[in-house]
Design a protein around this ligand. Structure first.
Ligand SMILES: *Cc1c(COP(=O)(O)O)cnc(C)c1O
Length: 395
């Protein structure tokens, strides 16, 4: 081992620790659910994106097991080299119907879908215009591409600020293509992007739109089809990204759009070209998850009933949920140190919810991030609410 390199690792980790950025995952000892066993303790889990409870749904489990019997465990190769199975193909057709688009291409993760799609659809003659609160995987995808994108060059608009976006669109008319990119639901604040206004501006200025619906998939729109469905913008958003890892309960990401887009990404999306396909059991489990979403309204109804109850109950107790509109419910604390004490107090009370502090969010805007889901019972949430009350006394 190289001493200099190892010393650099040690010093860099120490630096993270002094800046309060050091992370160690807790150990989960039970399947995903509203209540889990974690680090030897039973807790109500408010930190999962398993919005619809599909990660441990009996029908989804059964489909995965049956697919293992039928196909074995691994895909063995990249799809265009090793061949793509009927089950991968069926999943994409089902997703295209679900999203009401011509075609869908699946990647192994939502993160991968961003890094596969974004650099493939822009050139050095283009510009990407982003919301300042876009997800890290969008930012990385944008950095991988040849287009101009930097905040310092004026290509990043203030969060959901449509006047700012219009100003940028007015000033960038010399570029060949212009792509506006936004989260559909913002992952830290739980607010919804003003997609109708974004699409109108894009149409007015001849730009195209990409929306990352990771937190809108399974949450917004018809049967959870996402923000384009929620706002009835069918046919007006060129690129939709969805995740299969959060509400759909398994793993993966996809790009939904035209047949031309899919064809282009099969030929130019680098993670598609150079990374092995999902195991067939993943595709089969996802088809079963879609079956549930399209035939059983109960998980989505419960998700939203729990969301409404949770937000109202917190507000009634005097907590500030920061205007969030979706299951992602930040609970405002403010001070960074206080938020971390709050997180520890919640853990002692039997609730797992993480503090989110600077630099993930602005200084002085520290919060506890909570996500009620269909997997929670009323008792789980009532228990969590009491824990929040007691934890507040201790910070
Ligand atoms: C979680 C998330 C992703 C990544 O999706 P994975 O399927 O977990 O890789 C991408 N974009 C946004 C906005 C996300 O919140």
């Amino acid at each position: 081992m190289n001493q200099g390199f190892q010393a650099w690792l040690g010093a860099s980790l120490d630096d993270l620790k002094t800046k309060n950025l050091y992370k160690t995952p807790r150990i989960l000892e039970s399947p995903a659910g509203g209540r889990v066993r974690m680090n030897g303790k039973e807790v109500v889990n408010l930190s999962s994106n398993n919005y619809l409870g599909l990660a441990n749904h009996p029908k989804v489990r059964e489909a995965a097991v049956a697919a293992v019997e039928r196909w074995g465990v691994g895909a063995g190769a990249v799809r265009w080299i090793g061949g793509t199975t009927t089950v991968h193909d069926e999943l994409e057709q089902r997703l295209a119907q679900f999203k009401n688009v011509e075609a869908v291409l699946v990647f192994t993760g939502g993160f991968t879908a961003n890094s596969g799609c974004i650099p493939a659809v822009v050139t050095a003659e283009d510009v990407i215009i982003s919301d300042e609160l876009n997800h890290a995987s969008i930012i990385d995808g944008v950095r991988l591409g040849a287009a101009r994108y930097k905040k310092s060059d004026g290509f990043v608009y203030a969060h959901k600020d449509m006047d700012h976006l219009e100003r940028i669109l007015r000033e960038t008319q010399g570029f060949q293509k212009r792509m506006i990119i936004t989260d559909g639901v913002f992952s830290m604040d739980g607010d919804i992007a003003p997609l109708p206004a974004i699409v109108e501006l894009a149409e007015k200025y001849d730009a195209f739109v990409m929306v990352d619906d990771a937190h809108a998939s399974g949450v917004l729109g018809k049967n959870g089809a996402g923000s384009t469905s929620h706002f009835n913008l069918y046919g007006r958003v060129d690129i939709q990204l969805g995740t299969l890892s959060k509400a759909l309960g398994v793993i993966g990401g996809y790009i939904a759009g035209s047949g031309l887009l899919k064809d282009w990404l099969i030929n130019r999306g680098r993670p598609y070209l150079f990374s092995t396909a999902h195991p067939p059991m993943v595709a089969a489990a996802l088809i079963a998850a879609l079956d549930v979403m399209e035939t059983d309204p109960e998980p989505m109804r419960r998700l939203w009933a729990n969301t409404k109850w949770w937000k109202e109950a917190l507000a009634a107790e005097g907590f500030d949920t920061m205007g969030s509109e979706t299951p992602i419910t930040p609970v405002f604390v403010g001070d960074e140190g206080k938020a971390q004490t709050f997180e520890r107090a919640l853990w002692d009370e039997g609730v797992y919810a993480l503090s989110i502090v600077y630099p993930t969010v602005a200084l002085g805007k520290a919060r506890i991030r909570t996500m009620p889901s269909a997997a929670h019972t009323e008792e789980d949430l009532a228990f969590a609410l009491e824990a929040f009350g007691r934890a507040r006394e201790r910070v």
